[in-house]
Design a binder for this molecule. Sequence first.
Ligand code: P6P
Length: 325
Amino acid sequence: MELGTTFTQFLIEQQRKYPAATGDFTSLLSEIATAAKILSREVNKAGLIDLFGYNGKQNVHGEQVQKLDQFANDTFIKALCHTGHLIGIASEEMEEPYQIPDSCPKGKYVFMMDPLDGSSNIDVNISIGSIFSIYRRKGDSENATMDDFLQKGRDQICAGYIIYGSSTMMVYTTGVGVHGFTLDPGIGEFLLSHENIQIPSRGTYYSINEGNALNWEKGVSCYVEQAKQKGKSARYVGSLVADFHRNLLKGGVFLYPSDRKNKNGKLRLLYEASPLAFIVEQAQGKATDGTENILDKIPEKLHQRIPLIIGSPEDVDEVVACLSS
Ligand code: P6P
């Protein structure tokens, strides 16, 4: 489709092309876009209004919650709970899933999100993002159960992220390619800017927090040494969506591996690694925990961590070769 097509027009076209994709996607994704526009506005003026600083609460991981995290969490819930397509919502910011209340129509999907990833970068003006993932629920009980959420990434029906950077972009897949839309704040519409994104088979960037080098396993050090010898460039923003998005468009590999301090790495399987793994695989890339494809991991806990190596297929293969040598 021609660049500049609105997100809504694109969704309607996709629905026409793939009749199996019922209108559920169209309305869910439209509401996600609405939440994204609200967050884009708030993130881009966070310095001007009192959304900085701590609201004193801690999230499930014992980290101080920035007010904007909570606002983002609540914004997605408000936008999505009335669609009639969801039975429950899980979030990095909520210890237990949110049950769609009886006052709202209930549906057959569950929504999982990191509503504002990279929040430590909010007040230093570095790009941050929202990551989401949608599954068909497993059960049919009155309320969502943990089985509805603990599904492997290969069963996702939709995944995406929004990056709040020099421009606000939404990138998503429903299993038929990866498509990117850029927000035109002048008209308040996401416009098609990157149709059918394909990650380069190899890139010049490697992204890893070298501050953890003393705790790395041998294979990780071996890969990083090799990357330096090949003259690759180190790029690490410390904001997963920003690092992933750059590598998706330009090529490269992002690593948050397990190390002697964090046996399971730092990132979350269900609402960080799995959605990005679905996207990167649809863009001809790869995502692994070092031994297994992320999309084949069977989750045991809602907030479980997972080592993540994700990006250009040849680069990911080189990392895995070092890890297994
Ligand atoms: P470190 C941000 O807090 C985050 O969850 C991801 O966005 C980012 O990739 C990672 O943590 C950065 O972690 O330990 O390198 O600061």
